[in-house]
Design a binder for this molecule. Structure first.
Ligand SMILES: [Zn+2]
Length: 210
């Protein structure tokens, strides 16, 4: 699987382009419209976009992707459809968009030959979600290739819990969940550098105490 990290221009989240067949791609957190151009430049057609949560800095490219035919999906929670994206509050309004599909936590699904296991990880927001990702089909059974952690877990840090629907108690439970995953490999966070779960277990002060 090819995983391409698209660093933001200005203040926005990391976006990730995932492709298994080298033609069709899934984006996790289309933070900015430039995601489309970056995909085209690599000869990829973005079919789907998955959100880790609804904050403005993670969804700024959704409208452009929708217009180009991609389907936008997120975790099904009571609030998932219309959480405030905080764009106005932070002086960075983003174009409105509609969700095309939702999915349940803990139930894997397949898009573009990639299997996604969504984990409900409330704390940063009540609708926050992480994805464990692996190739859907292969000759030999391969394990997970990455955890896409949104604003729940960063390299050496964690996401804010002081924004609307944030919760320290829920964040603690979500971090405990991530810490206990049977996976040591790559973590692709919503902001900053990539890391690994093994490294975060050993060094992240927010995980060490849990
Ligand atoms: Zn956020």
């Amino acid at each position: 699987m090819q995983i391409v990290k698209i660093a933001p221009r200005g203040f926005a989240a990391n976006a990730y382009l995932l492709t298994e067949d080298g033609e069709n791609a899934v984006v996790i957190d289309p933070a900015q419209p430039q995601v489309l151009a970056e995909a085209k430049r690599r000869g990829l057609c973005v079919k789907f976009a998955l959100l880790t949560h609804g904050h403005f800095d993670h969804v700024g490219g959704c409208a452009a992707l929708s217009a180009a035919g991609a389907k936008i999906g997120c975790l099904k929670t009571a609030l998932s459809a219309r959480l405030p994206d905080l764009g106005e509050e932070f002086g960075t309004p983003v174009p409105d968009f509609s969700l095309d599909f939702t999915f349940a936590a803990e139930t894997p699904f397949e898009l573009c030959k990639i299997s996604f296991l969504p984990l409900a990880t409330p704390g940063h927001t009540s609708d926050s979600c992480c994805y464990l990702v692996r190739a859907a089909h292969s000759e030999e059974k391969r394990g997970y290739v990455g955890l896409f952690s949104g604003d729940t877990l960063f390299a050496g840090n964690i996401g804010r819990i002081d924004l609307p629907t944030g919760s320290a108690a829920q964040m603690r439970a979500s971090l405990a969940r991530l810490k206990a995953l049977p996976f040591d490999g790559a973590v692709y966070p919503g902001h900053g550098e990539d890391t690994t779960l093994a490294k975060e277990r050993a060094c992240n002060p927010f995980l060490k105490g849990i």
